[in-house]
Ligand binder design. Structure first.
Ligand code: WT7
Length: 657
């Protein structure tokens, strides 16, 4: 285990505060006794089958689980449709006129869409796709702002069995292009733009750029969101509204096999190339349905708000599939938390009567920094439950959230999971679990998590690697077009029946899990995964750069910030010697934004003549982290050239001084 993680854990284990579920909460909670854990453990297949019976099937399954490690098939032989489960079955019954989505744009415009209306929209869009020749198994890329058309498009795909792949609106044209080409998508759905901090994110323009080299794309469907000028390619580009007004609102859902693909979502790994995580229909839907129901204790009268962008897995599972499968009312917000003021979230909660809030530690830390006067301006008494996701939450932020947002009366659920797990895996149950700030507590019933050491030996109390030692319904099935990487990355660290998430963790004597962050070369920047290699490749792609090393460093708000160490070429391609300076610094930063997206821009960039390497040539990343964090350097005796470090240190001191 890295020493930094050890320091973190020592601090965490000093955390003695405990919070029992409030009596009034527990009294009404869907789960209020710990017996569910034992029951689920005794027969986990039966446990999941119990939830599966709450979904609507077109044909029942023959077998709950077929597990030939590392291949799982869940609900074998079953047929169902995800859009029917998220929409039709509510639209047919007493929830028909219940709000499925309450949407608010950043400029303040609002739309409410009932389940009945959602069914019409989803069916119409499904027919639009069909009219454009989209068939079951075809890929459709969605590059959209947080507007209702995004979940409508996802569910429209699911209705006809097309595989959707949402690309977060913050990614660059090149990232979008690479993802489209990896999928071989036929259709791209985008918008003219989206609002972010009062500015327009020019999605259509970025899409035009991406589509200069995407041979499989036949059509681009464009939602008019901002009304700004856009360029247009006749024959390829079509307005969403024009297609929708002619489409029939009746579209019989495709009978999908339990194991038919539902979507692909890309996430960063330890190489320069992102992984297309593949999720399938029944297991994923069931996993998100069950966890939404129990972790968020969803009730019909709740107004539930997950603040994540749908471009990330949190939005897929807990803005769209999980809550809608439960027939919940979901608030969806387009923009930034500080537009027009730093109280936008609290204003939204007050006006819409939000009862459940699910957000990220990085946001909570920003709110802490902005001060309590912002939430204090608003009546937040509608809130009854708070959730956290995306990265470890430090006890200080946890306590602040509980006290100033939850008014001391709401349970806080810190939920650990990943793009790959599809569903929440380690979490409190709010009516059952005594929580401790900084701990995600226990595996969800039916899920089995353990701490293993390097050799796969179980660690009962202490630190090591987190491992998932039993299949779970929403597990990824493969990496799109790279099955070998799937086996290698996730199922080869120990035995092939044991899943390796890439996180370090510790288990205390009460059996609680304390998650410590990634143990691989993946950074978690403001709750988003970015591979160090991805940023390094983007930097090296610049003509002035000879070599680059990227490390994640501690950051008060983002959790992890990106620090880059760059060696310049002796002579740049223009023939003049390149020298590091602020001009080049911002040029390199812009280059990374162009290659990946603004989220991957280095926060700190150091120019160096050399990198600290061991005598065997390995970059000493820990040393780089020490330098970037301005720490006193530890042992450098293994260093090939100690002068490198003193030069880097003086650069750091110049910058800080
Ligand atoms: C990685 C997964 C899960 C949706 C958002 C991120 C870290 C996530 C927690 C948590 C500690 C957490 C892990 C994990 N992470 N939630 N509650 N406590 N760490 O999804 O982009 O797939 O990233 O985020 O390191 O491996 P993702």
């Amino acid at each position: 285990m890295p020493t930094r993680a050890d320091e973190t854990i020592e601090a965490l284990l000093l955390e003695k505060r405990r919070f029992k579920p409030p009596k009034s909460f527990a009294a009404r909670a869907s789960v209020s006794t710990s017996g569910v854990y034992r029951k689920a453990d005794r027969d986990f297949e039966k446990f999941w089958a119990g939830f599966a019976k709450e979904l609507e099937w077109m044909k029942p399954w023959r077998k709950v689980l077929d597990w030939k490690p590392p291949r799982a098939k869940w609900f074998v032989g079953g047929k169902l449709n995800a859009s029917v489960n998220c929409v039709d079955r509510h639209a047919r019954g007493p929830r028909a006129n219940k709000a499925a989505l309450i949407w608010e744009g950043e400029p303040g415009d609002q739309r409410t869409i009932t389940y009945r209306e959602l069914l019409r929209e989803v069916s119409k869009f499904a027919n639009v796709l069909k009219s454009l020749g989209v068939k079951k198994g075809d890929r459709v890329t969605l590059y959209m702002p947080m507007i209702p058309e995004l979940p409508i498009a996802m569910l429209g795909c699911a209705r006809i069995g097309a595989i959707h792949s949402v690309v977060f609106g913050g990614f660059s044209a090149e990232s979008l292009r690479d993802r489209i080409n990896d999928q071989g998508a036929k259709i791209l759905v985008t918008a003219d733009g989206g609002w972010r901090r009062g500015n327009v994110v020019p999605l259509k323009k970025i899409s035009d750029e991406a589509l200069t080299d995407t041979p499989t794309i036949e059509r681009m469907i464009v939602v008019k969101r901002t009304g700004g000028e856009v360029s247009w390619r006749a024959g390829r580009d079509v307005w969403w509204s024009e297609l929708m007004c002619d489409a029939s609102a009746n579209c019989p859902p495709e009978k999908m096999d339990s194991e038919d693909p539902l979507y692909i979502l890309y996430t960063s790994g330890t190489t320069g190339k992102p992984k297309g995580i593949l999720h399938t229909t029944a297991g994923y839907l069931l996993g998100t349905y069950a966890t939404s129901k129990w972790v968020f204790d969803l009730k019909d009268e709740d107004v539930y708000w997950c603040t994540a962008d749908i471009g990330w897995v949190t939005g897929h599972s807990y803005v769209v599939y999980g809550p809608l499968a439960n027939g919940a009312t979901c608030l969806m917000y387009e923009g930034a938390p500080d537009t027009p003021g730093r109280d936008r979230f609290w204003d939204l909660i007050e006006r819409h009567g939000v009862t459940i809030l699910y957000t990220a530690p990085t946001a909570i830390r920003a709110f802490m920094k902005w001060g309590t006067e912002w939430p204090e301006k608003h009546d937040l008494s509608s809130l009854r439950l708070l959730g956290s996701v995306g990265e470890p939450i430090n006890p200080e932020a946890w306590i602040w959230y509980q006290k100033f947002i939850g008014g001391g009366r709401c349970p806080v659920v810190d939920t650990w999971w990943q793009t790959e797990t599809g569903m929440i895996m380690i979490t409190p149950l709010p009516g059952v679990t005594t929580t401790r700030p900084g701990s995600a507590t226990q595996a969800f019933p039916g899920v089995r998590a353990e701490i293993l050491d390097q050799n796969g030996r179980k660690v009962e109390v202490g630190g090591g690697y987190l491992a998932i030692t039993r299949p779970w319904p929403a597990m990824l099935r493969t990496i799109w077009r790279d099955d070998e990487r799937y086996v290698k990355t996730y199922w080869s660290k120990w035995n092939k029946d044991t899943y390796f998430p890439g996180d370090g963790a510790k288990r205390d004597k009460d059996g609680y899990f304390w998650l410590l962050g990634r143990v691989d070369d993946v950074m978690n920047v403001a709750g988003h995964r970015i591979g160090t290699m991805e940023v390094e490749s983007a930097l090296v792609d610049h003509p002035a750069v000879a070599e680059a090393a990227v490390v994640g460093v501690n950051d008060e708000i983002k959790g992890t910030a990106i620090a880059a160490f760059v060696i310049l070429k002796e002579k740049s391609q223009t023939g003049t010697a390149a020298t590091g300076g602020n001009g080049l610094r911002s040029e390199l930063s812009a280059h990374v934004a162009k290659k990946i997206g603004a989220i991957a821009k280095p926060d700190r960039l150091f120019f160096t003549a050399d990198l600290p390497k061991t005598r065997s040539g390995k970059i000493m990343r820990r040393l780089l982290r020490d330098i970037a964090e301005g720490r006193v350097l530890g042992d450098t005796t293994t260093l090939a050239d100690p002068a490198v470090v003193s030069s880097l240190k003086s650069q750091y001191e110049d910058k800080e001084g």
